[in-house]
Write a new protein. Structure first.
Length: 235
């Protein structure tokens, strides 16, 4: 199987130039589906910390690069929305965040903020023993005893023990960021949730925090966050 991907056909979320060269590295199977960008692209093309796949492998083998608290990851491991990339020797920490146009960018955060990760609940299921399984946007699953969570909510889990440390309900008044569509990268508060009868997607009306303007999008395109995810320093 080829390890290369044509640049012109990469997802819009990938932070790569499409017309400079024909090919780029292909993401391995894993979290985030097709939207996941290979770690090598972040290390080489975005940050410039390595110059080749070989250098990336060496750096990752040293255990100084952590993804969501895990070391020993492969250079083609898919990295996606809200992942935490930590460079322990450099004492640099980043959260992957969508910017205008939906491209994934690295937002610098502090060490405390790098200890946990936000996930959007896509759906939930009942499992044996009466517990509830929360299925998150990146394919991660969390088992909980209390069924206080709903699809569309966001949770923050500790990278060390996977425990839920914060819960942000999806409701009017919630702070959200748009991650897809024409308004990707915009941040604001939900002023109205418009329920669509039948199987169609619900719409949300969001008031932007930067200029007070409003925009409308489908609810699948927004993720609930809080103020800690807006600032560049993670505080």
């Amino acid at each position: 199987m080829t390890k290369h991907q044509k640049r012109l056909s990469v997802p819009k979320s990938w932070p790569v130039e499409r017309k400079t060269e024909t090919f780029t590295v292909k993401a391995d199977s894993g979290p985030h589906g097709e939207d996941g960008v290979p770690l090598l692209i972040l290390l080489r093309d975005v940050l410039g910390y390595v110059g080749s796949r070989k250098e990336a492998r060496y750096a990752l083998d040293q255990g100084s690069v952590l993804i969501n608290g895990d070391e020993g990851v492969a250079e083609d491991r898919p990295i996606g929305m809200f992942d935490i990339v930590a460079f322990t020797e450099r004492e640099e920490y980043y959260r992957v965040f969508p910017d205008e146009g939906g491209r994934l960018t690295l937002t610098e955060i502090d060490a405390d903020a790098a200890g946990s990760k936000l996930g959007k609940i896509e759906d939930k299921t009942k499992v044996a023993g009466g517990r509830t399984q929360l299925n998150l946007h990146d394919g991660k699953n969390i088992l909980v005893e209390d069924d206080e969570y709903s699809p569309g909510d966001s949770i923050v889990t500790d990278n060390d023990d996977n425990e839920i440390v914060a819960h942000f309900p999806y409701e009017e008044g919630s702070l959200v960021t748009a991650v897809r569509g024409a308004h990707a990268g915009d941040i604001g508060e939900i002023t109205e949730i418009q329920v669509t009868p039948g199987s169609g997607s619900n719409n949300v009306v969001v008031e932007r925090i930067d200029d007070g303007g409003t925009f409308e999008t489908v609810e699948e395109y927004v993720v609930v966050i809080d103020e800690n995810f807006v600032g560049g320093d993670g505080e």
